[in-house]
Design a protein around this ligand. Structure first.
Ligand code: FVT
Ligand code: MG
Length: 336
């Protein structure tokens, strides 16, 4: 039925009637945000008492384990269900394979163990990716042309995911865009008794310029230099390909899928949600956060309002949840 058949013509039909008062606006609102929608990404480094600002991400810090604990506690208090860990690895621990990522007593497994010991009811998500660990900043070992080697990378990622699962992580989130990694990780988890470990697959991750500030935060920007990730991350011109990527990851055992970046890719999010009807997430990435922060700092945008509007747009476009550096701010605001 078309809208013309359903609704009365003017003046019997006046859409503004329902917009006149706050009570009817609230009554007919189709989508709303809640703290349950958020996953809070945090940067964690070795050390003590660290709370180091990231200049290109105002309001975001690199924490050591001790200073991260109160942040985790705040997530719980505000009802944010999941904390996502992103490691800042010391340059001397990086190598061409990113082998530090597979060390059972490395930074991330140590942080996961302590978080789960102190706050068992807080969900912890780990990125499964080698770029914070490689000396060249790519997401896996490379050949002489700089091409990331798919199967060798998948082997390392599988080891990394197992180490994270042994440490007690709730959700592993492979963000590398290698082919076949979801299936390999799922099989390894099952074979090793980690039947409850959830996989959130970065299924449609685009080769985007919006990740710049994140690379500053984890310290991979300088290592990566001018080289791109276009041989594994998706071409921003594609959308049918995103559906094929999601289909593969679901067949290989993903529990949840993700589209990334967020706001410039809401069309992709909508297509994915409508096509598969599975738990679908979006990542409001560092560049999106930085744009809002910069414009607000200049007095050009009202930060509070723009943040809530942008996050609501993800829900309207079909997201079941949003990874966002604004998670705590937004949850505080929702709490009033
Ligand atoms: N694998 C995690 C990311 O690449 C995050 C990107 C961003 O926030 O810009
Ligand atoms: Mg894929």
């Amino acid at each position: 039925m078309s809208q013309h058949e359903v609704f009365a013509d003017f003046p019997a039909g006046r859409p503004r009637r329902l917009r006149r008062d706050d009570f009817t606006r609230r009554l007919v609102r189709e989508h709303r945000l809640s703290a349950d929608d958020f996953i809070y990404p945090v940067f964690v480094a070795d050390g003590q008492g660290l709370r180091q600002p990231v200049p290109s991400l105002p309001g975001v810090h690199r924490y050591s384990l001790d200073t991260l604990l109160p942040v985790a506690e705040e997530c719980l208090e505000l009802g944010v269900p999941v904390l996502a860990l992103f490691p800042v690895i010391a340059p001397e621990l990086k190598d061409p394979d990113g082998s530090e990522a597979t060390r059972p007593d490395g930074l991330v497994p140590r942080v996961v163990r302590e978080l789960k010991r102190r706050f068992p009811e807080l969900g912890v998500l780990c990125d499964v990716a080698l770029d914070p660990y490689t000396s060249h900043g790519q997401d896996g070992p490379i050949d002489e042309h700089g091409y990331v080697l798919n199967e060798r990378t998948v082997g390392l990622l599988t080891q990394q995911a197992l180490v994270q699962a042994e440490a007690g992580v709730d959700i592993v989130a492979p963000s590398d865009m290698m082919d076949g990694r979801i299936g390999a990780i799922r099989q390894a988890l099952e074979n090793n008794g980690h039947i409850h470990t959830r996989i959130m697959a970065y299924s449609a991750k685009y080769a985007s310029a919006f990740y710049g500030p994140f690379r500053d935060a984890v310290g991979s920007a300088a290592n990566l230099g001018k080289s791109s990730k276009a041989t594994y991350q998706m071409d921003p011109g594609n959308i049918d390909e995103a559906l094929r990527e999601v289909a593969l990851d679901l067949r290989e055992g993903a529990d949840m899928v993700m589209v990334k970046p967020g706001m410039p890719y809401l069309d992709v999010l909508r297509r994915v949600k409508d096509t598969f009807r599975v738990p679908t997430f979006a990542y409001q990435v560092s560049g999106e956060y930085a744009m809002i922060k910069a414009a607000s700092a200049n007095g050009w945008l009202d930060e509070d309002k723009v943040v809530m509007e942008a996050l609501l747009a993800f829900k309207r476009a079909g997201a079941d949840g949003i990874l966002t550096y604004f998670a705590l701010d937004a949850a505080r605001k929702l709490k009033g």
